[in-house]
Write a protein that binds this ligand. Structure first.
Ligand code: GDP
Length: 422
């Protein structure tokens, strides 16, 4: 194994951070390939408990090179805050690099994010975290964005801002927001240059060398496929591609170079933000999943919507991503459920559907469930397959079968050692 992509198989918050943290103990390079600081990975290890938003989860291994890749959007203010929080635990950021091609989230992107979200009609809010990610990617696609390398050249930066800001200021004043003063913004960015200038590099040669030398390289996804810009529940999506395909373009390598694609699959479903979520529970089971699973956002603290495992979404995810294996997380959260449901299909307009439809189809979907008996005992001490109760074994086997990929990891608690490796 040399290059492994770790991607979210559901709506995000599957527990990718802990899987990356585990694998990063042996990794040479860890690359965050898309997204910004709009989602959090929670990592618990011997150094403490951390909520990482933009820094790759490999940062805890001092030997690992951590790359914030070309496909990401970076807010250097929040990156600095995050670096300070891990520095308190003795973790330094000396091996953290930002690709020259990554785009920068500027302060007005965050303002526009909030204003654009507030202008949506009722029921159409995406549920963004107002971190400026969507507006920054919009500018990237419109080819007016500011790349990390632009801040290393003040003349270039000023010229790019002079072209960009008149239009941005019109947008800001439309929403009644303060316009941007170019000199103030240049000053703000000068502090970023001072702090991060040496870490803005062309990361491609590092990645290329590591791949050619067959070093361990991890590609770390953020969010999950159901929030993918193309294949997710558009328009309730993020503005990038958190799939294995997105990993190639965001990190700068070919699909031919990826040896393993691990889909991280939570043993039930959660979603934060708007859009259809067919297995959502509004009853005591939903409340219990939220309470026992601690399903509150790492970035916002928002309660997550909770529901049963959705195999329609998981097998779609397996197809689009091409999982070579899956990591089933949070199995322990189901330890006290007498009955557990698995969604195996949707009824849409009286027809049974097993291929995931687009957003409009999902909005009409009624989940079809099969029920399995719960194991009603703690799995948190299990460290081998044999330690799991037979009913838990058959539940995870069923998840793997319906998803369409073999299991590689099962996690039974948030601690680094609460994991079964198969
Ligand atoms: P990510 O964005 O995919 O990394 O996921 P999050 O960090 O948002 O959510 C995962 C949460 O579940 C974190 O608080 C983890 O500490 C926790 N977690 C991860 N794996 C397990 C597990 O197997 N059992 C339990 N109980 N919690 C877990």
């Amino acid at each position: 194994m040399s290059v492994t992509a770790i991607v979210g198989a559901q709506w995000g918050d599957e527990g990718k951070g802990r899987v990356v943290d585990y694998l990063a103990q042996k990794a040479e390079v860890v690359i965050r390939f898309q997204g910004g600081d709009n989602a959090g990975h929670t990592v618990i290890n011997d150094k403490g408990k951390f909520a990482l938003h933009i820094i790759p989860s490999g940062i805890f291994n001092s030997e690992t090179i951590c790359i914030v890749g070309a496909g990401t959007v970076v807010n250097f203010d929040t990156m600095e805050t995050e670096l300070k929080s891990i520095a308190q635990a003795g973790v330094d950021g000396k091996n953290l690099f930002i690709d020259r091609r990554a785009h920068l989230i500027l302060p007005f992107h965050c303002l526009l994010d909030g204003a654009e979200e507030a202008s949506k009609k009722s029921g159409w809010a995406v549920g963004t975290t107002k971190r400026g990610v969507g507006p920054c990617y919009s500018d990237k696609a419109a080819r007016v964005g500011i790349r990390a390398s632009d801040i290393l050249d003040t003349d270039r930066l000023r010229t790019r801002l002079e072209m960009m800001l008149p239009q941005k200021n019109r947008q800001l004043s439309y929403y009644g927001l303060p316009e941007v003063d170019i000199d103030e913004l240049m000053e703000h960015i000068a502090k970023w240059r001072e702090k991060f200038g040496n870490q803005i590099i062309d990361t491609m040669p590092i990645v290329k060398k590591a791949v050619i030398e067959k070093k361990e390289v991890l590609l770390e996804g953020q969010l999950g496929i159901m929030r993918d810009l193309d294949w997710g529940i558009y328009p309730y999506t993020t503005s990038s591609n958190p799939t294995a395909g997105g990993a190639c373009s965001g990190a700068g390598l070919s699909p031919r170079h990826i040896d393993e694609i691990i889909g991280v699959v939570k043993a039930y479903s959660t979603s934060v933000g708007g859009g259809p979520f067919p297995t959502e529970l509004f009853d005591a089971d939903g409340e219990k999943l939220r309470a026992v699973g601690g399903e509150f956002g790492a970035t916002t603290g928002r309660p997550r919507r909770c529901g049963w495992f959705d195999a329609v979404a998981a097998s779609f995810s397996c197809w689009v991503n091409g999982f070579t294996s899956i990591a089933v997380t949070k199995l322990d959260v189901l330890d006290t459920f007498e009955t557990i449901k698995i969604c195996t299909g949707y009824m849409i307009d009286g027809v049974l559907v097993t291929d995931l439809p687009d957003t409009a189809g999902q909005e009409k979907a009624e989940p079809v469930y099969e029920e399995v008996e719960g194991w009603m005992c703690s799995t948190t001490e299990a460290r081998t397959w044999e330690d799991l109760p037979a009913k838990a074994q058959s539940f995870v086997n069923r998840i793997a079968e319906l998803t369409g990929a073999p299991m590689k990891f099962i996690s039974v608690g948030p601690e680094r050692d609460q994991i079964i490796i198969l």
